[in-house]
Design a protein around this ligand. Structure first.
Ligand code: B1M
Length: 221
């Protein structure tokens, strides 16, 4: 297997580094950390490392998670493997050698502290080449507006896990669309669905992280 394919494999199966005992059948093998560093040292362009290694691996993760072939703990290990490689790639993003696919602002809405699903969406988008601005949980409308102001041309993602907080999405979408009618707003989280999305005038409802990735990729294509 070529090294770059090995990197995709490490992300897919959550192999962080050589010291990591997980997954057991890859024990004592290099992980995403060592392989990505070696590829860059060998002069492989960072763009290729991202596209053919990390993104390929993360896409497989997204599809398997959607099909219930893997579960949250496995996705978190894949995200960890991806993050270890991203640490080596970050300087290339900053220098402009690797272009991000777009900026994605995300937060769990006001009153809501659940962040596991939101974090999965963030990781999956980062793994697919987007710059993610994660505002955390309990995010007020004003904070979303400030982030949009600071990051022109970005997309916005709202997450909610409570029936009592999903209603806060409506105000956020209304206020954001008043100032930025062109900005695409995605919503997600267990209590929301496409009917609710239509009602509050958001642009897209993603049932899972892969749905968000596919929607954004379609828009920027
Ligand atoms: Co809370 N909680 N919780 N909780 N909690 C639920 C959501 C609940 C269904 C449990 C229950 O009663 N059966 C219930 C909500 C009921 C309702 O509103 N109808 C509930 C409640 C009531 C509460 C409290 C009010 C409890 C209390 O204090 N009395 C309280 C509220 C605190 C607050 O937010 N203000 C509370 C607190 C907590 C903890 C802090 C203890 C903890 C959160 C820890 C954390 O997130 N860091 C917690 C947890 C863990 C849960 C459950 C058990 C699990 C949620 C979770 O992480 N799921 C949950 C019950 C359950 O779901 N079984 C429950 C896994 C996660 C991967 O799924 O977040 O749905 P999910 O994300 C999915 C998709 O929805 C989607 O992608 C993800 C992956 O597929 N997605 C997006 C999510 N956001 C997206 C955004 C997108 C696209 C897709 O684009 C932008």
């Amino acid at each position: 297997m070529e090294q770059i394919q090995k990197l995709a494999h490490c992300v897919e199966f959550g192999k962080v580094n050589r010291a990591s005992p997980y997954p057991p059948d890859m024990k004592d093998q290099d992980g995403a950390d060592e392989i990505s560093r070696q590829l860059l040292e060998d002069g492989i362009p960072a763009e290729r490392v991202l596209q053919e290694g990390l993104i390929v691996g993360m896409e497989r993760v997204g599809v398997k998670f959607r099909e219930n072939k893997i579960f949250v703990p496995q996705v978190l290990m894949s995200a960890k493997a991806m993050s270890s490689a991203m640490a080596h790639l970050r300087p290339y993003f900053i220098s402009g050698a690797v272009k991000s696919k777009g900026k994605f602002i995300i937060g769990t809405v006001e009153g809501d502290l659940h962040d596991i699903g939101k974090n999965l969406v963030s990781m999956m988008l980062e793994g697919n080449g987007f710059k993610v601005i994660d505002l955390g949980t309990n995010v007020k409308t004003e904070r979303f507006l400030q982030a949009i102001d600071e990051n022109p041309g970005s997309f916005l993602g709202l997450s909610a896990l409570l029936t009592t907080t999903m209603v806060n999405m409506e105000k956020i979408v209304r206020v954001v669309k008043e100032s930025y009618p062109e900005l695409k707003v995605l919503i997600g989280g267990a209590p929301v669905n496409d009917d609710f999305r239509k009602r509050i005038n958001a642009d897209f409802y993603a049932p899972d992280p892969q749905g968000a990735v596919e929607y954004l990729k379609k828009i920027i294509a």
